[in-house]
Design a protein around this ligand. Structure first.
Ligand SMILES: Nc1ncnc2c1ncn2[C@@H]1O[C@H](COP(=O)(O)OP(=O)(O)OP(=O)(O)O)[C@@H](O)[C@H]1O
Ligand SMILES: [Mg+2]
Length: 325
């Protein structure tokens, strides 16, 4: 069977997946695959269908159309075989508030077919809850609850981990701790599908990502593949206010690679931005800089705080929303 190695290398497969609530089609034909050992981030606007997709991957609902597979199994039919092999952190954690943190972890360990090698103390230590073992879950802060959620998701040493907004509500330090945990899990060969609204989180963690909007994936690939089409930007400041600049330069600011500058007041100077359009050429900003520097020399101007940046994931995200309106 020619497809066998490819299939074994695939942890999650979503093909032409559609899901609906009554008449409302929440997911409208979504396809993506997550390879084994990969971290895949599902980004998207509120209500885009991320949680809905994840819930079908967990077998909570059968697809309306298309198919979803996890480790080659159908989650709606093969839940019993699948459950011991996956870890889950839902967007809404379902805790029993009266139990303590320690009791919750113990209960979870009891239910897991294989509670793994990690001890209770080690697990709580990992998520920074070592001092909270005797605290009731209901008394934890929102971020602490998310940490407990994460601890329970990784307890049974899963092969595939589903994390729906794992770091929402966490303080910056706890968020970095969560990133480290996900990083370490990936290094240990765990496959991770996560959703997040923190684009930095996706940039830091994801091998590949997809952006969803209104039930569809609008763009996907590695961070580089997704961001490169957003083009490069050149920024600098000139120590002349816009009116002074107009007086001094009759022909105005130069065009760079056919792109006009945009200007804004900046203190007693002018902030200049060029947004170079998307290009498959890697050296586009490089080529645009030379005429800019020649122009500055000719006019005896200094380009203060000169920066060349590539487009960001945020630019891409905002464009997806803009174009989807
Ligand atoms: N149980 C439900 N009944 C009816 N509609 C639902 C239900 N759950 C979700 N929806 C709708 O389906 C759409 C997708 O919701 P979903 O929770 O999958 O979005 P999401 O991408 O996870 O959003 P967020 O980023 O806000 O978590 C939304 O329009 C939502 O209102
Ligand atoms: Mg959601």
């Amino acid at each position: 069977m020619r497809d066998e190695p490819a299939r074994a290398a695939t942890a999650i497969e979503v093909a032409d997946f559609r899901q609906a609530y009554g008449d409302f089609e929440a997911v409208r034909g979504v396809s993506f695959t997550v390879r084994r050992g990969e971290v895949f981030a599902l980004l998207g606007t509120n209500g885009a269908g991320k949680t809905t997709t994840m819930e079908s991957l967990l077998g909570f609902a059968r697809p309306r159309a298309g198919s979803v597979r996890v480790l080659g199994l159908d989650p709606a039919k093969d839940g019993r075989a699948l459950r011991p092999r996956i870890g889950v952190m839902l967007q809404e954690g379902g805790f029993l508030g009266d139990l303590t943190v320690g009791e919750t972890v113990r209960l979870w360990r009891g239910m897991a077919a294989d509670a793994g090698r990690s001890s209770m103390a080690g697990t709580l230590e990992m998520v920074g809850l070592a001092t909270k073992e005797r605290t009731r879950v209901r008394q934890l802060s929102g971020g602490q609850r998310r940490r407990l959620d994460l601890a329970l998701a990784v307890l049974a040493e899963p092969e595939v981990l589903f994390l729906d907004e794992p770091s929402t509500g966490m303080d910056p330090e706890a968020r970095r701790g969560t990133w480290q945990i996900i990083h370490d899990l990936r290094a240990a060969g765990v496959t991770v599908l996560l959703t997040t609204h923190y684009l930095e989180e996706a940039e830091k963690l994801a091998d590949r990502l997809a952006i969803m909007h209104q039930g569809r994936i609008t763009t996907s690939g590695t961070v580089d593949e997704v961001v490169t089409p957003a083009g490069d930007q050149i920024h600098f400041r000139l120590a002349l206010p816009p009116a002074g600049l107009r007086e001094r330069l009759r022909e105005g600011l130069p065009f760079l690679d056919g792109t006009a500058a945009t200007t804004a007041h900046s203190g007693d100077g002018t902030r200049v931005t060029y947004a170079l359009p998307a290009s498959p050429e890697a050296g586009r900003a490089h080529a645009a800089l030379r005429p800019l520097l020649d122009w500055a020399d000719k006019h005896e101007l200094t380009l203060e705080r000169l920066e060349v940046c590539r487009g960001t994931l945020e630019d891409v995200f905002l464009r997806v929303v803009e174009e989807g309106r």
